[in-house]
Unconditional design. Structure first.
Length: 404
């Protein structure tokens, strides 16, 4: 038993588990409070300073929720803060980014057919993108543009599209998707840590000092919270996209990201409009469905022009021995019970290609990964799978993936 591998794999699982748990908590509270804020209604007889209330039923009980326009006249004894779910989502997510993408940049971050980078260069560029992305976003919000929600939303959307395009011109498709997701996640948690929480603390400090809080603090925090609400669905897509090469390995991967951001935005608009009792804009689902059809069509576009993998040239009956030789020499060093590739401790996704039966079992995945999207081999074709090899694999799968 290799205890080092046992420890590292379970540590990886634990960090990922924490990331999922804290992410669910953060997203759940974010969605709930935006819904609550939009559903508040004014009525006569509300306490002084209360801007609205909402009645809710859950778990067999009724709740009467009220929101003060600025703050209550006196600080309550018990006050619940919502911050740690956001912080731990970021901490666990950044740990995973370092663990997988920075530590194994040559496999997951770099594509030498896109840009020939050294691992330290790829990691350095990634960190600059994460920091400067937040700085530019924050500058836009604090500028005069921030006074116009629609204008800020359009510019912010174009800003993220431009970054998506740039990332796909520097990194592998997988790396570009994860880095954009990490950037959006960084923006979201920085909104909490550097805007929402400080503003709430200023309000609390004013109450303790017996001074009237500045209404601008709550207004700005609410605006950043709404930004996070609209960014949530795209960031979830980007974070799970590494399992789906049809998304990240497409020639038009940056356009797929663009459409996904539109999909996430219009879906949130639908629910936010409903929560605010402003009607049900069903047109948003037509836009989302149309964009998703566009995503599917773009995912089928060849990564390189003239990709023969989609329409392989007619071949004589492919002998399985030829297929087995290709898979064994180009894929099995990672996809075997005990991988021999440096940095790979267990077969990725549990896929093993070290016996004829296993190769046949995963024929469709081989086609998607090595032929249709060319996501494999990683790192811009590290094991040098040739065009003829890809054509042969395509012909084998399309011929029924037979084992002689």
């Amino acid at each position: 038993m290799d205890w080092r591998i046992l420890f590292t794999e379970w540590a990886d699982f634990l960090i990922r588990w924490v990331h999922v748990i804290t992410g669910i908590c953060w997203i759940g509270s974010s969605f709930y409070f935006v819904h609550l804020d939009l559903s508040l209604r004014k009525r006569d007889g509300l306490p002084s300073g209360v801007g609205g209330e909402a009645w809710q039923v859950h778990g067999g009980g009724f709740y009467n929720m009220m929101k003060y326009t600025v703050a209550p006249s006196q600080l309550p004894q018990d006050l619940t803060w919502f911050k740690w779910e956001a912080y731990w989502t970021f901490i666990s997510g950044f740990t995973l980014l370092c663990w997988h993408y920075f530590a194994h940049a040559d496999l997951y971050l770099i594509d030498r057919t896109v840009m020939d980078l050294a691992p330290w260069q790829a990691v350095s560029i990634s960190l600059v993108v994460l920091v400067m992305g937040w700085v530019i976003y924050d500058f836009l919000c604090r500028s005069k543009l921030g006074d116009n929600d629609l204008a800020l939303g359009v510019v912010g959307f174009l800003f993220l599209v431009a970054i998506a395009f740039g990332l796909t011109r520097v990194f592998s498709g997988r790396g570009a998707f994860i880095l954009l997701g990490a950037l959006i996640g960084t923006i979201m948690v920085a909104n909490v840590a550097m805007n929402i929480m400080p503003n709430q603390k200023k309000t609390v400090a004013a109450l303790i000092a017996g001074q009237p809080p500045n209404p601008a603090y709550g207004k700005t925090a609410k605006s950043r919270s709404l930004h996070n609400n609209y960014l949530t669905l795209p960031v979830i897509f980007l974070m799970v996209s590494n399992h789906y090469p049809l998304a990240f390995a497409s020639k038009w991967n940056w356009l797929i990201i663009t459409l996904v951001m539109v999909i996430g935005g219009v879906i949130r608009h639908f629910f936010n409009s409903q929560h605010a009792h402003k009607g049900s804009p069903w047109w948003t689902w037509a836009v989302a469905a149309t964009c998703f059809v566009g995503v599917i069509l773009l995912s089928g576009a060849a990564r390189e022009s003239g990709n023969a993998g989609l329409t392989p040239a007619p071949l004589a009956k492919v002998k399985f021995a030829q297929v087995e030789e290709i898979v064994t020499s180009r894929c099995s060093m990672c996809h075997m019970a005990e991988p021999v590739w440096d940095g790979v401790n267990v077969p990725p996704k549990g896929v093993m290609l070290d016996t004829p039966e296993r190769i046949r079992l995963h024929a469709d995945q081989i086609y998607v990964q090595a032929v249709l999207t060319r996501a494999m081999p990683p790192g811009g074709n590290l094991t040098e799978l040739s065009e003829d090899d890809r054509k042969l694999l395509a012909a084998w799968v399309q011929g029924g993936a037979l084992v002689d």
